[in-house]
Every structure is written in structure tokens, then in C-alpha cells.
Design a protein around this ligand. Structure first.
Ligand SMILES: Cc1cc2nc3c(=O)[nH]c(=O)nc-3n(C[C@H](O)[C@H](O)[C@H](O)COP(=O)(O)O)c2cc1C
Length: 173
């Protein structure tokens, strides 16, 4: 695996003219790349300590391009317990929770859609790292958690829509 990574770096180093032209990214955090343009991923935010936002669970609404409050109140401790005791999801400013509505991608790609959903999630997670870094914040992806517990906290059914990824964001120490 590390050899492959090295080979790729070598290629980009010595043959930059062979890299495909990339569109200019307007702002970090924008979601542009997505398999089939089907956008299976929804984003929730468990807010612990964010200036101007009360603690609570929010959902990012695409049509409104803003956060809608779903449940008020700090969910940090419950989320940390669901994430195998990782306190950063309680002590960070906010934990982003990404779910997938599987049918959006499966309808076009069938079983292969599962691969695309997780690839999409990787892009979304990377955008969160870029956006956090550009704001001088720390970001840590969270893959270790009990699915059912985080589904329950997020209020999704775990079948049609299920949590697939999280990231804790906060001020670096
Ligand atoms: C898919 C994914 C899941 C991860 N899950 C966790 C996690 O549950 N807990 C954690 O502390 N770090 C998690 N990480 C962060 C990695 O441990 C971290 O990126 C890696 O150790 C590099 O550390 P650095 O960012 O300090 O260089 C995850 C990273 C990825 C990409």
C-alpha cells in the first residue's frame, strides 16, 4: 500500500502536465463531486459550544442552505458514549454527523452504489478537514462508534437512512 502511495506521488511530481485539469473550488466545504450527482449524504451537526448557536442537533437543509434545529440540548455525553467513550465528540465545539440515504444511489447503481456512497463520504469528510483548517480549527474523523446508538441520537431509522461517518471539530489546544 505504501509503495502505491509513493508511486502516485512520484507520478504527480514528474508528470504534472498529465494531471487532469481541475475546476476551481469556490469555497472549502462545498460539495461538488458525487457519484452520479445523486447526493445520498445528509449532514447533521451536534452542536456543543458554538457562538451564536444553542446546543442541539441540527440538520443541514440544502434548499435553505442553512441549519434547521431538530432537537435542543447538548448531546455530547450521549454521543461520546456511542463513540466508544471518545470525549472529543463531547468536548469539541461541534460534531458533524453524516448519514446516507442509500436508495438514492442504489436506485441507479444497485449494489455497487455502496462503494460510491463511501467514496462520496470520503470526499465530504475531506471537505470538512479543509474547511476546518481554513478557519484555524481542528478536525478529527470519527469512524469508531456504535451504529445503532448514533442512529438513535440522530433520529434516523438505520435502514433507509443510516449514519456512516462523523467528524469532531473544535479549537486546537
Ligand atoms: C475513516 C477515518 C476514521 C477515523 N476514525 C477515528 C476515530 O474514531 N477516532 C480517532 O481518534 N481518530 C479517527 N480517525 C483519525 C485518524 O486516526 C487520524 O487521521 C490518523 O491517525 C492521522 O493522525 P493525525 O491526523 O494526527 O496525523 C479516523 C480517520 C479516518 C480517515
Amino acid at each position: 500500500m505504501s509503495d502505491q502511495g509513493y508511486a502516485f506521488q512520484e507520478n504527480t511530481k514528474y508528470f504534472p502536465d498529465r494531471m487532469p485539469e481541475r475546476p476551481k473550488v469556490k469555497r472549502p466545504g462545498s460539495i461538488k463531486e458525487c457519484a452520479g450527482g445523486l447526493f445520498p449524504i445528509e449532514m447533521y451537526a451536534a452542536v456543543n459550544r458554538v457562538e451564536g448557536l444553542s446546543p442541539g442537533l441540527y440538520h443541514y437543509s440544502v434548499p435553505q442552505h442553512g441549519l434547521c434545529v431538530l432537537k435542543r440540548g447538548d448531546r455530547g455525553d450521549a454521543l461520546a458514549e456511542a463513540a466508544l467513550g471518545q470525549r472529543m465528540v463531547a468536548e469539541g465545539s461541534v460534531t458533524l454527523i453524516w448519514t446516507a440515504v442509500m436508495a438514492r444511489t442504489f436506485a441507479k447503481y444497485g449494489a455497487r452504489g455502496l462503494r460510491y456512497i463511501y467514496e462520496d463520504a470520503g470526499h465530504v469528510g475531506q471537505n470538512a478537514y479543509l474547511a476546518a483548517t481554513s478557519l484555524g480549527l481542528g478536525c478529527c474523523a470519527i469512524g469508531a462508534y456504535y451504529d445503532e446508538a448514533v442512529d438513535r441520537i440522530t433520529g434516523v431509522d438505520g435502514r433507509e437512512e443510516t449514519v456512516i461517518y462523523m467528524a469532531a471539530i473544535g479549537k486546537p489546544e
